[in-house]
Ligand binder design. Structure first.
Ligand code: PMP
Length: 962
């Protein structure tokens, strides 16, 4: 069917050339020697030549391509290369000033050029594309088009199958190749709607020479790690066409990648628009052209496979192309159109109810609106997880009589579930109405009534009212405003949508605003007014945060979700997305624990005051804390944070020994107050940490058995530290204290070599100093096997600082030491902290201990922790990026390395992986001086299912990319 006359739009495959023949051609035409390797392509023949100099590319064009077209491509590449930072393959100029040479292959004359070979990886395949890569695609397309805005060349005026302007005629030629009638109909329907939209603006679409195939396959990233494309290859589809077609082709090529949906792809459109402003007409044409491109891609793959059934390349591509079509048509064009317009800053229409509409309910009774949002008090204590919660709450609300409504556009937490890799479809596109007595539903406007399978529709020009769960009492046909349609009993769903759209009952929050193009709020039909659900704008809130909070008070994630609630080991954002929280070790017993909430509230109702008053809670709590520690550590100070606890511990040590000098580990963090900061040495927390320590702080190496100076002889770390302590003593400045976390929590849960702490403690004590254990992160049951980290090392410190988990987020910290050391504080006055050990804090502290005991959370840390560690270690066997897994119990640290042999830290990877995990519903963060250890320290109540969910999400990221 395909002919070779100049009107043909579908090219035939080129004749075959072997690598040996290619090498001979290169030698003869371009005087270049080298070994040739064929690169796959469906139209041209491409060979990379590697010889003495830089590798080059021999490109033998399809016989259909003329020399003039190729010269145009060479000239265009030269302009882009000269005027932008884009890397492009420049063609070797020959003595006559041209770049093309004819070559005879299998009796056909073809044209060859020698081009620069661009090093780098394409973005081919269906792996994950991060937002940075997506945005870079948009920038590349924009810069390319800006460079060629004034380029004119007869060789760039051609009839190409890939010119989107020709879509209808190309499809007319391709459609008969598709045997499956359902697919054919689908392509025809999608294209006809898209083409109607294109035709509406076609006359206003600017034309220019474009690359015409600036896709994931035709860009290269010089830096394989960041995968930010910086080079554009294969100008073989260079053509004068609609400028916006360039962007549409780029966008469509992103849509088959893991993690790139319509919303994510539009980041590329935004990036394009930021550099090369699009017109409103172009904005309106973008998505219809994406659909057109998808339709042509699918049809053309079927065409190729029909003529060449063994073409594996085309068969493989068809999978991607089908995915592009699915994504391109996932929402109605009107919805995509509003999304595009909003993303690019153009005003966009929303669907409105008919002006002057009447009411759907004849005698509207008092209406109660149910709050099913993430922050709804109705959903406290995990009630959102009950399968029948909406019905239960509706029934309860109905007891007050009248009608009960749900809210239009509300992201319902009741529709969200933990452990989902995708954002839930939980935003209601309609309203559920429940009545306690039969209630007449009447036509709010003149229209056409039609019964449906489960209710009825009332049509009006341009839109329809759809009611499900209520049978009409009259037949189909025209009906006047005010006429009775049905008698409602129980619950019905009411929705208003554009005439040609059948919206799903729930959509994702990312599409909530876009859907307003095709749906309207029906609430005014029921109660005469809207009852909108509050909708937090995360970006706006972030801007306010940036404008008010000190900048150094940083936040997690590039675009953090707004957190509305927590429950056990889960966090919930204002869109009702549920995240698995692997980060909040402070919330040891789980978020919003009802027992803690109630205990704190009860104490607040009685009294909260300071510790100079006499009340039982502080005494009981101090007794319980002391009982948790080895004999002799029985004097308790209560403060409000880890920093305060560490500060106080060090002050006690200095007061007790009369010596200011302190030995601390490198790569450590102990807090922000003066003394706690003085011993904080981590360059991840403070890049200047090591250079700016006060002279009385002396640091020793972090005893790391996986990396570091002595990873092959771990016992040397203790020897070095002891030598340093002895040296200080010999120089007349014996340390008053040695401070360390008992397991290096800040580095990611790195366990010290056996005997490390006992050797260093002994050395410090031998010179009259004391040992301070910072248990702020690793203590309090988290390690599973041991309640305190120092037990793992078989030592007993002189002073213990603890906080975080003690209060489950309530500000609470403690220092526990011997009576003798505690007494030495008197040399610097008396101790008082206004809120430290207050009745509320003490009750909080005791309740946390009760829950840890009653819910066996330390045992859970041991069991689920061991299970989780085992599963991550299994992952490591498939993913060499995981070099090792540090830690015990529920303080785990998978350490990421670029190469298992060199153990080069994979810090950028860990940051990007954390971002991607967030998109998959898991909150995790990197830590350590190289930022390459994921700190896994979830609430101690985490279940095995949640541990599995974490591992599955991590597996997905490591498999599909970040
Ligand atoms: N010590 C360690 C080991 C810590 O990790 C931290 C906080 N990350 C602190 C002390 C300080 O605790 P806070 O933030 O409660 O002041």
């Amino acid at each position: 069917m395909v002919t070779h006359d100049e009107d043909a739009v579908v090219q035939a495959p080129p004749p075959a050339v072997t690598p040996q023949e290619a090498a001979a051609i290169a030698r003869e035409l371009f005087a270049v020697d080298g070994e040739a390797r064929s690169l796959g392509s469906n139209q041209d023949l491409n060979f990379v030549l590697r010889g003495a100099g830089e590798p080059t590319l021999l490109k033998i064009a399809n016989p259909d391509t003329t020399a003039a077209e190729l010269e145009a491509q060479s000239r265009a590449a030269r302009i882009v290369g000269d005027t932008t930072s884009i890397r492009v393959p420049l063609a070797r100029e020959l003595t006559d000033g041209g770049t093309v040479r004819p070559v005879e292959v299998a009796g056909q004359t073809m044209h060859a050029r020698l081009l620069d070979f661009l090093e780098g990886r394409t973005l081919s395949g269906s792996g994950y594309l991060p937002p940075r890569s997506v945005r870079a695609m948009g920038r590349l397309a924009a810069d390319f088009d800006i460079a060629l805005a004034d380029f004119a060349d007869p060789g760039a005026e051609r009839a190409s199958q890939w010119d989107l302007r020709r879509t209808p005629s190309v499809m007319a030629e391709l459609l008969p190749s598709i045997d499956d009638p359902a697919l054919r109909a689908r392509l025809e329907t999608a294209l006809s709607a898209a083409w109607r939209a294109v035709e509406g603006v076609a006359d206003d679409l600017p034309l220019q020479v474009i690359h015409g195939d600036l896709t994931d396959d035709n860009v290269v990233a010089g830096d394989a790690r960041t995968r930010i494309p910086d080079g554009v290859i294969d100008l073989g589809d260079l053509n004068r066409s609609w400028r916006v077609g360039e962007l549409a082709i780029t966008l469509s090529s992103l849509l088959h990648h893991d993690g790139v949906d319509l919303v994510a792809a539009l980041e590329a459109a935004r990036a394009y628009h930021d550099r090369a402003r699009l017109t409103a007409a172009e904005a309106d044409a973008v998505w219809p052209l994406v659909v057109a491109r998808a339709v042509v891609l699918v049809a053309s793959a079927h065409h190729v496979l029909r003529t060449d059934p063994g073409n594996d390349y085309a068969a493989e591509n068809l999978v991607h192309e089908q995915a592009i079509l699915e994504a391109a048509t996932a929402v109605p064009l009107a919805v995509a159109g509003r999304l595009v317009r909003t993303a690019l800053g153009f005003p966009a229409r929303v669907l409105a109810l008919p002006s002057g509409h009447g009411s759907l309910v004849r005698d509207a009774a008092a209406a109660t609106t149910l709050d099913l949002s993430a922050a709804s008090p109705l959903l406290d204590e995990g009630r959102w997880l009950a399968p029948d919660i909406e019905a239960t709450l509706t029934a309860a609300a109905l007891r007050d009589g009248g009608i009960v409504l749900t809210r239009f556009g509300e992201a319902r937490l009741t529709r969200s579930r933990p452990h989902s890799l995708d954002a839930p479809a939980n935003v209601a596109t309609g309203v559920d109405v429940t009545v306690d007595a039969p209630t007449d539903l009447v036509a709010p406007w003149d229209g056409d009534l039609a019964a449906t399978a489960d209710g009825w529709e009332l049509r009006a020009p341009g839109l329809q009212l759809r009611v499900t769960g209520s049978d009409p009492v009259r037949g189909d046909g025209p009906i006047r405003r005010g006429a009775t349609i049905a008698s409602l009993r129980g619950t019905a769903r009411v929705a208003v949508s554009a005439a040609d759209v059948d919206p799903p009952a729930f959509v994702t929050a990312a599409l909530r605003d876009a859907w307003r193009a095709a749906i309207a709020d029906p609430t005014p039909l029921l109660i005469g007014e809207e009852r909108p659900s509050p909708d937090e704008d995360a970006a706006e809130l972030l801007a306010r945060r940036a404008a008010t909070l000190a900048g150094v008070q940083e936040h997690y994630f590039d675009a953090p979700p707004v957190i509305a609630r927590g429950w056990r080991e889960h966090l919930v954002d204002t869109d009702g997305r549920v995240y698995l929280d692997t980060l909040n070790n402070v919330t040891s017993i789980g978020h919003a624990h009802p027992r803690l909430v109630e205990a704190i509230a009860a104490q607040w109702r009685l009294i909260n005051t300071n510790s100079r008053f006499h009340y039982p809670a502080i005494v009981e709590f101090a007794e319980r804390l002391a009982a948790l520690l080895p004999d002799g550590l029985d004097r308790v100070f209560l403060v409000n944070s880890g920093s305060e606890a560490v500060d106080l511990a060090l002050r006690l040590a200095q007061a007790h020994t009369g010596r200011p000098d302190i030995v601390a580990l490198r790569e450590a963090y102990h807090g922000w107050t003066y003394l706690a900061d003085a011993v904080s040495t981590s360059v991840a927390d403070n890049p200047h940490a090591l250079a700016t320590r006060p002279p009385w702080v002396h640091t020793v190496a972090a005893p790391n058995t996986y990396r570091g100076a002595h990873s092959d002889d771990p016992s040397a770390y203790a020897r070095d530290a002891v030598t340093e302590v002895d040296r200080l003593a010999a120089e007349g400045t014996p340390p008053g204290a040695f401070i360390a976390e008992s397991i290096a929590g800040n580095s990611g849960g790195i366990v010290f070599p056996d005997g490390y702490l006992s050797a260093v403690y002994a050395a410090v004590r031998s010179h009259g100093g004391v040992a301070v254990a910072d248990e702020v992160q690793v203590g309090y049951g988290r390690l599973g096997e041991w309640f305190w980290g120092f037990e793992q090392q078989g030592v007993v410190p002189d002073i213990v600082a603890v906080a975080k988990a003690m209060g489950n987020g309530h500000p609470l910290g403690a220092v526990i030491t011997s009576r003798e050391i505690a007494e030495s504080y008197r040399t610097s006055g008396y101790f008082f902290s206004s809120a430290g050990g207050s009745p509320v804090s003490s009750v909080a502290g005791m309740t946390v201990l009760d829950v840890i005991r009653d819910e066996h959370l330390q045992e859970n840390a041991r069991d689920v922790g061991a299970y989780l560690k085992g599963r991550i270690e299994q992952l490591a066997q498939r993913h060499p990026l995981i070099g090792t897994v540090h830690g015990f119990g529920l303080y785990l640290g998978p350490e990421l390395v670029r190469d298992p042999a060199t153990r080069e830290p994979a810090g950028e990877e860990a940051a990007a992986i954390s971002e991607r995990l967030r998109l998959l519903g898991v909150i995790a963060q990197p830590t350590g001086d190289h930022g390459n250890v994921l700190k896994i320290k979830p609430p101690l109540c985490i279940t095995r299912e949640s541990a599995d969910a974490l591992v599955d999400a991590l597996d997905r990221v490591l498999t599909t990319g970040w």
